[in-house]
Design a protein around this ligand. Sequence first.
Ligand code: TXA
Ligand code: MG
Length: 333
Amino acid sequence: MTDMITQVVSCDDSPAIARATAILRSGNLVAAATETVYGLAADATNDEAVKKIYQVKGRPSNNPLICHVLDISMAESLVEVSETAKLLMEKFWPGPLTLVLPQRTPTQIAPTVSAGLSTLAVRCPNHPAMRSLIKGSGLPLAAPSANPSGKISPTTAEHVRSGLDGKIEMIIDGGATDLGIESTIISIDQNDVIRLLRPGTITSDEIADASNKDILDNNSNHITAPGQLESHYAPDALIRLNAKTALAGEYHIGFGEVKGNFNLSETGDLSEAAKKLFTAIGKADQSADKIAIAPIPLTGIGLAINDRIKRAAAPRPQTDTDTDHHLNSNGNE
Ligand code: TXA
Ligand code: MG
């Protein structure tokens, strides 16, 4: 793909938002802030446009994308929304909960969005940048995190630019994202069974309370969300977990009393830690070849943080992802 100039514009700049929606309508890509991480958006009804997402990210074509909608009624036009699903949408939308539901047939959604699956992941974001793109274009938008495949998710416009500069036309800057880690993903099947596919800031307990149902852990024999592949969010540096002290040469990411070179939250606040997590890993990756991370409690949002740092620390397979790695040796995507 030939390089282009990537414009960074503010989410309050309405003429720029109008240009961004025109870019989307013409089948091209725009990155934008959401409340979780920055997303790389394309018209979800245009197969050629969605293919560009896979190309630009170097994403394996069997890893489906989340479809972003403006509200429950847009979701209802795309997927079968059971009573349980609706209850959860009413409780948590707009917000960081993604639901994997059976697609309606026939559908306008391009088959590449779901990588050919009969389900579709729908999410209603709570940030004016992504919302104004959906509203302005009138389109459901397919959007993965706006980073090269396998790298950590971007939480600022600058992170997006350093990973995708010259590959996309525009980035809608909405500042540092509020939550810092990707949405919680659940699936609800035809028997109304809820499974947690990816932990996030909305916890399994909150979903259980709201739905009055048990939440099953995803059966790990069977990959339904490839974001669950062991190695993901991989920085270049090697990572050691549960480190109360640093060894020689390690950059130490602290939490609470474990001070470290950079502390995720001196007061031990897990929301604050989630918000700073990817910035901390990016900073550490630029500063050292080895990273140590303090213990993070396995409760509440701590479960999602531990999920992400475990993946960041996992052994790296020799795959395409490794190629991406060398292309992005600044380690800060
Ligand atoms: O917070 C978020 O969810 C961000 C922002 C941009 O909205 N998006 C995001 O997208 O994290 P991505 O592509 O990085 O992660 C989406 C995950 C992947 O692990 C994918 O496998 C899973 O969602 N997924 C998408 N469609 C699915 C489906 N039909 N069934 C199971 N998993 C699905
Ligand atoms: Mg991602």
